[in-house]
Design a protein around this ligand. Sequence first.
Ligand SMILES: [Zn+2]
Length: 438
Amino acid sequence: MDGEELVLPSDVQVTIINKNVMIPIRVVAENLKFKVDWNQQARTVKIQQDQQTISLTVDQKQAMVADKQVTLNTAPQILNKTLVVPIRFVSEQMGLKVRWNNQDKIVYLTNTSKEPAIDPGKSSGKGDSTSTAQVTDIQFANNQLVLSTDGAVQPIVTTLKYPDRLVVDLPGATFGDISQPLDQGLNGKLDVSGYPNVTEVRYSLFKREPAQVRIVVELNNVKNVQYSHNLIADKLIIDLNVAGDNVTPAPVTPVGDSGRKVVVIDPGHGGSDPGTISITNKPEKEYNLALAHKVQALLLNEPNIELVMTREGDTYPTRPERVQLANQLNADVFVSIHGNSVKSAPQATGTETYYYQRSNSKELATIIHQRLLKAMGLRDRGVKNGNLEVIRDTTMPAVLLEVGFLSNVLDEELMSSDDVQMRAAQAIADGIKEYLGL
Ligand SMILES: [Zn+2]
């Protein structure tokens, strides 16, 4: 219970009857510390704690919770002169969370009123090993996300908009011997072709210290999402209730630190890769980094954004490394910053924004592009589909900005200006925030 082993009296035994774990009433009284009154004549036991009272009768499935009658799966019974009662029913009625690990035949009880909802790994110095659960299976079918775990989890389920998605965080959990594919960065995706309401189901080890598994269900053309989750045996089941267009959207409800959005800013090129060379003989990598640093400065103070740069200085992370970084972080947004160039046509001018075929990348591209156009005041070259590695292989909404043409005299002058860079940075930062609904 609460991560600590309950030591049971040696003469009592936990048993399973009709797939229900039954515990001796003494455990309820002595270990769970609920008040127990036994009425020998009526063969009824009354269990009390705080305001809650339940009454159970031997060999009867009918029980009373306060003054309401409920039906049990398994009746309390006398076993070797000991009254045994279903642990799940009693515990849940008393406000405890109950989890069952079928492999090791362990019941986990959690006192939810005492426990902070987030980061059980941090909440106590002791018992770290017991708070670590392992995800062993992830399935999506019939609008149900079914997670199998080995060990207790306390899921935090969040819905987010832009794009509509359901985020399931499992603090304290890592991946066990999982049946689904995991790449080296501990990310994976389910095949959801055939489920029109779902674009993507991806999962990752979102944090290592303390560990946290995150599963994201990206929804398609869904105006409203509702969910319910149930802990049944060793499974966590999340039902998506996919509603139609005429329903008021559910409010965005970020919970705890899971509401913090991860934004990756990628200053193009760097180090040994200068990018293009401008008409004034300066490498593109310098323009990209200068603008990216300004975006960074603007977003660093956003309480709901965690900002990550693919490079901070004049270094060259490879493109797969940049992609991997964003994917490992399970970032919410990826923005790559570049300068354009056509040396053979120095008159070419303007701002263009690229996205690749992924839901919501185009939306992100459009939002940023409109703002960037105004900030730069250059020709609108449009929002374009582009098969570019960093926006193609990243798994989150991703865009690549070609702010202007470094091969054009006027564009280059604007792109070098500190003031214009500030305006462009503000446009990019505002666009990201608008997209994320912040
Ligand atoms: Zn470039």
